[in-house]
Design a protein around this ligand. Structure first.
Ligand code: SPV
Ligand code: MG
Length: 303
């Protein structure tokens, strides 16, 4: 039975309702909602400081941060703990990438309870078979049946306590080599089962697949896209196509990997850190990102 938790007195619960409600407000508002991927407290804080609307707790980024394949290797607890850290670090809503939902409908139910209790604004589950494989990885992508995935969506919607908690259903039809009719049939079935938004994924270099989908879909639920491979598309193109949410899912991690590798290589080769000193953040910026000043101010007041 769903309750509106904003009416409850428990502060922790109020917070849950607020971040989910905030995300729903974004979905209902004008313009494209922009999310960027993050994988820990500091990357979440950087996303927030850059002015994005919300944070994508990316399975790809978090798996990379652990040094393991994005292939259903990390446990729900590991992913949840990471999402929780991000959520506690920033004021933005977190949308957590929950892969295939960590099992069947009963696992999804458990997952929803845990993520909602942690104050996460919403989750995204995808219609692949466990163990999922990242959509850009080589190898055959096996899809779940429509009815099995609908059962997960129904279980998720029944498990949530707040009316506002958001479930994004992700359609992997294009990733598995299927056509737009298959993608639409899946999306309609997921909408019927109670999803709040549809993420349509594509690994093509052109946005034609997702634009074709959005044209036929006609806005029944908000459409979410992840423009990793069709990176030339502009925000105004997505807006004109009726796409509501754009997720820049992995760019912060890719930038960090390049910067860290280049810095370490330069130090190793030159035998000094002089060549990198002007290119890297000063320690004072790390303190700023840690909010060291707040701790020092409190210490001063307490003294
Ligand atoms: C992620 O960021 O983990 C995603 C998006 O699921 S993608 O890597 O494009 O599959
Ligand atoms: Mg993922």
């Amino acid at each position: 039975m769903m309750r509106d938790q904003s009416e409850e007195s428990n502060e922790g619960r109020k917070m849950i309702s607020n971040k989910s409600a905030l995300f729903r407000e974004l979905l209902a508002g004008s313009g494209v909602v922009r999310l960027a991927g993050a994988h820990n407290g500091i990357s979440a804080r950087l996303v927030e400081r850059s002015g994005f609307d919300a944070i994508w707790a990316s399975g790809l980024e978090i798996s990379t941060s652990y040094g393991v394949p994005d292939a259903g290797i990390l446990t729900m607890s590991e992913l949840l703990e990471t999402a929780r850290t991000m959520n506690e670090t920033v004021g933005l809503p977190i949308i957590a990438d929950c892969d295939t939902g960590f099992g069947e409908a009963r696992n999804v139910e458990h997952m929803i309870r845990r993520y909602e209790a942690a104050g996460i604004a919403g989750v995204c589950i995808e219609d692949k078979q466990f163990p999922k494989l990242n959509s850009f990885a080589e190898g055959q992508q096996e899809l779940a049946s429509i009815s099995d995935f609908q059962a997960k969506i129904r279980a998720a919607k029944e498990a949530q306590k707040s009316r506002d908690f958001v479930l994004i259903a992700r359609v992997e039809a294009f990733i598995a080599g299927r056509d737009v009719d298959d993608a639409l049939a899946r999306a309609y079935a997921y909408a019927d089962a109670g999803a709040d938004a549809i993420l349509i994924h594509s690994k093509e270099k052109s946005p034609n697949q997702v634009f074709g989908f959005a044209r036929s879909w006609q806005g029944r639920l908000p459409v979410v896209v992840v423009p990793t491979t069709y990176f030339r598309s502009q925000l105004c193109d997505f807006e004109a196509a009726g796409i509501k949410v754009v997720i820049y899912a992995n760019h912060a991690m890719r930038a960090a990997v390049k910067a860290m590798s280049e810095t370490l290589a330069a130090i190793k080769i030159s035998g000094s850190t002089e060549c990198v000193e002007h290119k890297i953040a000063p320690v004072s910026e790390l303190f700023e990102l840690q909010e060291m000043n707040r701790l020092l101010e409190r210490n001063t007041l307490a003294a």
